[in-house]
Design a protein around this ligand. Structure first.
Ligand SMILES: [Zn+2]
Length: 299
């Protein structure tokens, strides 16, 4: 266990937590101001968590997924998924920290016990080891930040920050546009090949709910009931949940529509936005966004 000192402030406590029980560095060492070129990856992660407007989580999926974080930081790559392609490009950039929003090993907690016999798992694990790359997931903290880094990145990408409501950050009031116009705007601004809608494409929309990623069916439907946006824009849904809810709304004659962007493409702008957020915290460190992109081919 990590000794707990009630006088530690939040920033110090984060450092202690991240140091873990095996390595317990004096806080003065961790907090000393040094050029980021001499930072370890663990110290870089501490610095990021300390800058987030959220108390450290007791339990989070934002953990190191590969590699040894005690090595010196050589460069940072941000992305949605640490794909094989992203790993190879990070290695070519000589960046040894990949900050990924989503899992590396195909399940929410990156549990790998069941994957030991899978070639695809072993290939990725070995590729990361060959290049000495640390993958750290930055999901819970990035969403918990004020503002939510993912949503803010999407709003910046579609240039709709000015329409955001202060009281409900996921709700926007936009100049009236048709459902078709909104869908085309998102396709163009986010570089999406194809997306799906439910509702009348000619419907005039002024209130927009924006829930990128996969917030879950119940969240999507409760948001719809509470705020009744003209259109809800989300990343991913279960095809037997929210889409059926919206199909029934449409059949009832309600003017409430749905746009499903796709998970990866709906959150990628938030990992691009992260680069600008990180830069002042890591002067002198190369920070690059590598989009992992849409895994699907659309026919
Ligand atoms: Zn997310």
């Amino acid at each position: 266990m990590v000794p707990f000192n009630a006088s530690l402030n939040r920033r110090q406590f984060v450092s202690v937590l991240a140091a873990g029980s095996a390595v317990f560095l004096p806080l003065s060492d961790i907090r000393a101001v040094r050029p980021t070129g001499q930072l370890s990856i663990k110290e870089a992660i501490d610095r990021i968590i300390a800058a987030i407007t959220q108390e450290p989580y007791a339990s989070t999926v934002d953990t190191v997924k590969s590699g040894d974080p005690s090595i010196p930081l050589s460069g940072i790559v941000t992305t949605m998924f640490a794909t094989l392609d992203v790993i190879r490009k990070a290695a070519a950039l000589k960046a040894n920290l990949i900050i990924a929003h989503e899992p590396t090993f195909y399940n929410h907690t990156d549990d790998t016990g069941w994957l030991e016999d899978h070639d695809v798992f072993r290939f990725k694990r070995d590729l990361l080891a060959t290049h000495n790359i640390v993958v750290w997931r930055f999901h819970d903290y990035w969403h918990a930040n004020k503002p939510d880094g993912i949503r803010q990145g999407v709003l910046a990408a579609v240039q709709w920050e000015k329409y955001q409501r202060k009281d409900v950050p996921s709700l926007l009031r936009i100049p009236a546009m048709s459902l078709r116009e909104i869908a085309i705007h998102f396709k163009k601004q986010l570089g999406i090949t194809s997306l799906r809608t439910i509702g009348d494409l000619a419907q005039r929309c002024e209130t927009v709910g924006l829930l990128p990623g996969a917030p879950g069916g119940r969240s999507q439907m409760m948001f719809t009931r509470e705020h009744t946006p003209d259109v809800l824009i989300t990343g991913e849904l279960q095809e037997w949940e929210t889409s059926e809810y919206y199909r029934d709304l449409a059949s009832m004659g309600r003017k409430q529509s749905l746009i499903v962007l796709g998970h990866s493409v709906s959150e990628e702008p938030g990992m691009r936005w992260l680069v600008d957020w990180l830069k002042p915290k890591f002067p002198g460190t190369a920070i690059t966004h590598l989009p992992s992109g849409d895994p699907f081919t659309w026919l």
